[in-house]
Each structure stands twice: as C-alpha cells, then as structure tokens.
Design a protein around this ligand. Structure first.
Ligand code: NDP
Length: 402
C-alpha cells in the first residue's frame, strides 16, 4: 500500500520496524534511518533473519532540516514515523511540510534546555498542516497513545459523561541491574523528576514530584505495586478534549530501589540538564549519566515479568454513577521472543505502527495536527487485539483510588 520512513533506531524504532515489516500489504516499503546507521543495519539484519524481508537503511541527522528534506525527497515515503527523541519533533515536522509528507510521533516536543512536556509548540502547526493537506498524528505510543484511545473508547461506549480519569502504568518487570531505565534515560529521568501536575476542577494543580503514592493491585495476578502520581503529557490533550473531566491523574509504578538511586543521583547533581564546566569542557550531567547506564535496547533478554497499563474512568450512564477499567497486560519475555525487545519498547512501538496503519488505510487520515483521542477509537482498538496488545475491560472494579 505505501512506503514508510521510520526515523530513530533505538528500542522503540526496533519494534516499529519489526511490526511494520510483519504487515507487508500495508507497509510495502520500509526505510529505517537514524543518526547511527549501524544501528539501523543491525535491526534490518534481525528482520531479514526473522521474517525473510529486506528493509532499507539510511543515515540522517534529524536536527538538520535540509538533511531530512534530502532524505525524504530521495525516498518519497507516504509518511514519516518519528521515533527519534522529542527534541527532533519540530525539525521533522518542518521537513514533512516542506516535502508534502504525513507525520506521526510518540512523544511531544521538548526543548533541550527545559523539560516542559507541552503540546503548544506542535499544536501551533495546526494551520500549516491543514493548508498543506497533510496529517500529523501526535503521541501514538502507549502512554501517550493507547491510553488516549482507551479513554475515548470508554467514553464512547460506556458513558454519557466522564468525570474522572486515572491512568495507571505498572511495570512489574525486572532487568536485574541495580539501576537502568526502560526507555531513553535522559527523557525518562526528565519526566520522572519533573514536578507533578494533575487536573482538578478546571485547572492543573502542581505538587512536588513523587509526593503522592498508593498501592495498586493489578488484575490477572500481575501483582501489587506502589504507584506514584506524576505529570504525563496526555493529561494536557485529554482534559482539553474531554471538558467534562473534573479530575485527571497519571500514576506510575516505581521500585524503592529505582527511587533511591534517582534520589542520590539527583542530590549529587547527576540528573541536571544545565551544562557544567568539566576540565574546560561543557558537559550536561544527565547526558553523561546516559552514557554510563545500560542502553534500554539491550534490556530485552534480561527483563522478566509483565506490564499492566490502563485507564480507570468514572462518570454517569443513564443517570447512574459507574466505573470502568480498561487495561492491557504485556509480558516482557513474549515481546523479546517476537521482536527482540522488552515490553516498554514493545508497548510503544506497536501503537506507533497501528497509528501509521490507521493513517495509511485512510481510517484516520485527516488534514491537520491531531491527538489520538480525536480519532474514532474503534478500528485502533480492534488492531490492538490483532497485533500483540490485547485489552480487557472490568466494569465497576473493586479498587478505590485516591
Ligand atoms: P532511544 O534513545 O533508545 O532511541 C532514540 C533513537 O533516536 C536512537 O537511535 C538515536 O540515535 C536516534 N536519534 C537521536 N537523536 C537523533 C538525531 N538528531 N538524528 C537522528 N536520529 C537521532 O529511545 P527510545 O527508542 O527508548 O525512545 C524513542 C522515542 O519514543 C522517544 O521520543 C521517547 O520519548 C518515546 N517513547 C514514548 C513512549 C510512549 O508510550 N508514548 C514510551 C517510551 C518512549 P543514536 O543511536 O545515534 O543515539
């Protein structure tokens, strides 16, 4: 059906490339490009060995618009799947506009020097994409991504009006390292150490990072974990697109061990994003820390256990209060057996592939810049079941969240 250009060959890029390659009738041609082409070639070799399918590779600096434009003009894809880093979102969007190509990403733009997690920079491209007759689909990972679609699916099929939303992201996996992050360490640590914001009565309320926790028992025997309230970017678009929400919160599980390491690293300044002078050279502490930590794309063979990510929504149906929990459980080792990646990269890469499929099959294709919950959730949810992320619903679950 169409040629796709994937930019970024990290943990997520690897899954996207594998999953797109599995659907030869949708993604007829695949080009995987990144800063280090060697990583693309390694993934291409895995895919050829596993699926007998060849994909092309290329080198590109995605901070450089002319380089991106040259690559896109050479390859002429129908769309670009951006799974590089959030810092590259705007340059890749600019290149897509210049070359007349559709765009998808999994994380909102962040300037290098401020960790803000805001959609304003990308929403500002709305008119440009509309006028160009192109689509940009934002945040098509798991959270953001599947969680936005879960919310719109629940709102569409189970409620007349939704009032509260709790997104709960539990990773019950263990990689055996004293400290490692499951996706890009720099982005992960910036996210986790940011002040918490949650939506309450029409505004975002700010509280210190990790200052509220509760215990959550996952369904289907995944286990009981401490979950901590934190800010996550989908809260911004979901509270805008579902104005009936009175309260919206995001929760993530962390082990005591992870939090203790993070606290110490923070106390000694290793998570800082401002450059410091080291023997006459400017270095950014968090970037240096990244070079010391295990590469998330190497965690696959060692990570055991399951993830459980879902949305708890309360509201009104036929005049009566109601609660619905929609979730997916994913097994780290099953993901590794299929695409040689752990479940965090898998749960991000599969929705990126499905989002691209929705666009190329014209089920979601619409001019402008869109968040996931603005699209019809039904075909996406159907594909989640087909392509490795089956989900379940519990009506009126037992648990009481804070
Ligand atoms: P990695 O760090 O593993 O991979 C990033 C890739 O992007 C690397 O291949 C890197 O190249 C490449 N890259 C970085 N800068 C450039 C550049 N200037 N030009 C070209 N390529 C570049 O990250 P992940 O795979 O873990 O994450 C990818 C994206 O997915 C991130 O934006 C992350 O925030 C997002 N994400 C979203 C989630 C969701 O649920 N929505 C969950 C997890 C991640 P090199 O190898 O040379 O460094």
């Amino acid at each position: 059906m169409a040629k796709v250009l994937i930019i970024g060959a990290g943990g997520v890029g690897q899954v996207v490339a594998h999953k797109c390659a599995q659907l030869a009738d949708v993604f007829t041609d695949i080009v995987l490009a990144s800063r280090t082409e060697e990583k693309c070639k390694k993934i291409a070799a895995q895919i050829e060995e596993k699926q007998g399918r060849k994909i092309a590779t290329a080198q590109v600096d995605a901070d450089n618009v002319p380089e991106l434009v040259a690559l896109i003009n050479k390859e002429k894809p129908a769309m670009v799947i951006n799974v590089a880093l959030p810092y590259q979102d705007l340059t890749i969007m600019d290149a897509c506009l210049e070359t007349g190509v559709n765009y998808l990403d999994t994380a909102n733009y962040e300037p290098l020097d401020t960790a803000k997690f805001e959609y304003k920079w990308q929403w500002a491209y709305q008119d440009k994409f509309k006028q160009a007759g192109l689509m940009a689909l934002l945040g098509s990972g798991f959270d953001p991504g599947a969680t936005n679609v879960f919310t719109s699916y629940i709102a569409k099929h189970y409620f007349d009006e939704i009032h509260t939303l709790d997104i709960i992201d539990v990773n019950g996996g263990d990689h055996g390292y004293p400290f490692a992050t499951n996706f890009n360490p720099e982005i992960n640590i910036r996210e986790v150490t940011a002040e918490c914001r949650h939506w309450e009565d029409g505004e975002f309320v700010t509280t210190p990072a990790m200052s509220l926790k509760q215990s959550f028992t996952c369904p289907d025997g995944v286990g009981t974990y401490n979950i901590y309230r934190m800010y996550h970017e989908e809260l911004e678009s979901l509270t805008k697109n579902f104005p009936s929400l009175k309260k919206a919160q995001f929760w993530m599980s962390f082990s005591e061990n992870y939090l203790k390491h993070l606290e110490v690293l923070g106390n000694v300044g290793m998570t800082g994003i401002e450059p410091v002078d080291y023997q006459g050279q400017q270095i950014v502490p968090i970037q240096f820390l990244k070079t010391l930590l295990p590469d998330p794309s190497t965690l696959g063979p060692r990570t055991k256990g399951k993830t459980c990510i879902g949305c708890v929504v309360t509201g009104i149906k036929d005049g009566k209060p109601k609660t619905v929990y929609l979730y997916n459980i994913c097994d780290h080792q099953d993901c590794y057996a299929e695409v040689q990646s752990q479940a965090i990269s898998y749960t991000t890469g599969v929705p990126a592939m499905i989002g691209a499929k929705m666009m190329l099959e014209q089920k979601w294709m619409q001019d402008g810049v869109w968040n996931m919950e603005q699209m019809d959730p039904d075909p996406f949810m159907e594909d989640m079941n087909q392509h490795g992320l089956p989900w379940k619903i519990i009506e009126d679950p037992e648990f009481n969240l804070v």
